[in-house]
Design a protein around this ligand. Sequence first.
Ligand code: ZN
Length: 284
Amino acid sequence: MQRSHPVWFCLCFLVALVSVGVYATPWEQIQAPSNQSPQAIGSYANGCLAGGNPLPLQGEGYQVLRSERTRYYGHPNAIRFVQSLAQQAKRELNSVILIGDLSLPQGGRFSTGHSSHQTGLDIDVWLRLTEARLSTQQLANPTPLSVVDIDRYQLVKPRWESRHFELIKMAASDEQVARIFVHPVIKQTLCRSEQSNERAWLRKVRPWWGHHYHMHVRLKCPPGSVVCQSQAEPPQGDGCGAELASWKPQPKPNLAKVTVAKAKKKRVKVMPEQCLTLLQTRHL
Ligand SMILES: [Zn+2]
């Protein structure tokens, strides 16, 4: 029999490594929350979660996507927030909301996707609104509904509903919410759609790339979480003017140089001590 080529051997070895999850972060190997009082620790993109709660997979007005990834844990405030937003959306918008990532059982870094969601205070709510509940199979492999034509930098009007406006406003009006990230085109749409003088909620809605098929809700540090690091408040005003306009892509001839300059500035993050302790005492 012919011996297999060394390249094939290496490839197979790599595939095997990936399939057993060697590249997962240590946080992804933790199956349950710690048995402590609830604490969001550190910053949204460099922290962890003690005493987290699971979002119940069955609940009124919402469904949980891709639950096999166990990213449905959060600080109790986040769990209550989702439950009450879902109940209000069901009552007022006749919609079931689809919940994407919250945090891992003890927070920390994901190996794929975003770098935040580490402290149990970030929640992704999809913009695909449904009246009927999805099947188990659809929840495990959901189809996103983007409301933005990225290349043209414009809204996909047939997909945008007034319910999207209402849902984002509903979430932003909650006192516990610090920020909501949406694609700049969505923010622009919200700015134009708000007909009343009630524009304070728009200050919390922040433009950010991605976020064209989901909104990312970020809660404030809960009062009892003494080592939770807040972000500075968003700039004054509704954020609908020059700042928003600056997001519109412009041709950048010197892009390569800019990228090199930025790469040099990147700093290594040091994990908060309390998170290191959680990792050392984890029960797999
Ligand atoms: Zn997110």
